[in-house]
Design a protein around this ligand. Structure first.
Ligand code: AMP
Length: 281
């Protein structure tokens, strides 16, 4: 049985009772429009928890002006069916107006890993993410929470927030789930035209090229970034927002690839659709 809760106080009360009964709660935070990437998180967290809460909340404060908050896909009924099929115990889907009352005035900011990359191209984004995740942690009282490595910077930021603010929560990073042709699954992929969808495979091809270069002994990050940027930009419909090579823990740029400890990350826009992806080097 999958229970749906939309009221934050009811969610918190339920979570407190579950914990008092000795249950280990696992939390899967999402913005809905669930795909196989999200379902993989549910399957992985099951190993670590007695009760699974999946939250569905398109968080208004992590979208900047002119971003796709109003157009973000909302497929609640289908999401519920997928959660039932995966054995999710509770779907927490708060109403934006009740989760953020009009006089809401407290925010959580992480000030190191959230700089650069999406922190530069989406100012205020990570402040919205850390604030909503802190709220979800406090309402759902998880012992463990899982985040996808597709959002590598988000994972680094959350790990730091949990460490710095002493949240008693284990954070799991889950591998990126990809389409057959290598495109990272994303709720936003559905907005790509057929042409953009086929062009989007340039992203993973370019990231794989970066790994090949490092395997050939080319470790200079400027050289790799330049080649990857050209490969993506040569695709008719694509515009590179950034390509960086960073340490996955700090999100700080590296001058030389440290094999096994480096990540190449990119954000690419296809007209109004913004996609991100990354690859271990
Ligand atoms: P979202 O609904 O896009 O905010 O994503 C919710 C969670 O699912 C985040 O932790 C994402 O990193 C994760 N996620 C999204 N897409 C994928 C994917 N293709 N593979 C693995 N995790 C993913």
């Amino acid at each position: 049985m999958t229970q749906i809760i939309s009221n934050a106080s009811e969610m918190q009360q339920t979570a407190i009772e579950l914990r008092a009964a000795g249950k280990r709660i696992g939390l899967v935070p999402t913005m809905g429009a669930l795909h196989e990437g999200h379902l993989s998180l549910i399957r992985q967290i099951r190993e670590h928890s007695d009760v699974i809460i999946l939250s569905i909340f398109v968080n208004p404060i992590q979208f900047g002006p002119g971003e796709d908050f109003s157009q973000y896909p909302r497929t609640f009924d289908e999401d519920v069916e997928k959660c039932k099929a995966e054995g999710v115990d509770i779907i927490f889907a708060p109403e934006p107006s009740s989760f953020y009352p009009s006089d809401f005035s407290t925010y959580v900011t992480e000030e190191f890993a959230s700089e650069g990359l999406c922190g530069t191209s989406r100012p205020g984004h990570f402040r919205g993410v850390t604030t909503v995740v802190a709220k979800l942690f406090n309402t759902c009282c998880p012992a463990v929470a899982i985040f996808g490595k597709k959002d590598a910077q988000q994972l680094a930021v959350i790990r730091r927030m949990v460490r710095d603010l002493n949240f008693p929560i284990k954070i799991i990073g889950a591998p990126i789930v990809r389409e057959e042709d290598g495109l990272a699954m994303s709720s936003r992929n559905r907005y790509l035209s057929a042409k953009q969808r086929s062009d989007a495979t340039a992203i993973i091809k370019a990231l794989k090229r970066a790994r090949t270069m490092t395997q050939q002994g080319i470790l200079n990050t400027d050289r790799i970034i330049s080649e990857v940027t050209h490969m993506i930009n040569d695709t008719l419909n694509a515009r590179v927002i950034y390509v960086v090579i960073v340490s996955p823990d700090t999100m700080k740029p590296l001058k030389e690839v440290i094999p096994g400890k480096s990540l190449i990350a990119t954000a690419v826009s296809f007209d109004r659709v913004r996609l991100i992806d990354n690859y271990d080097l």
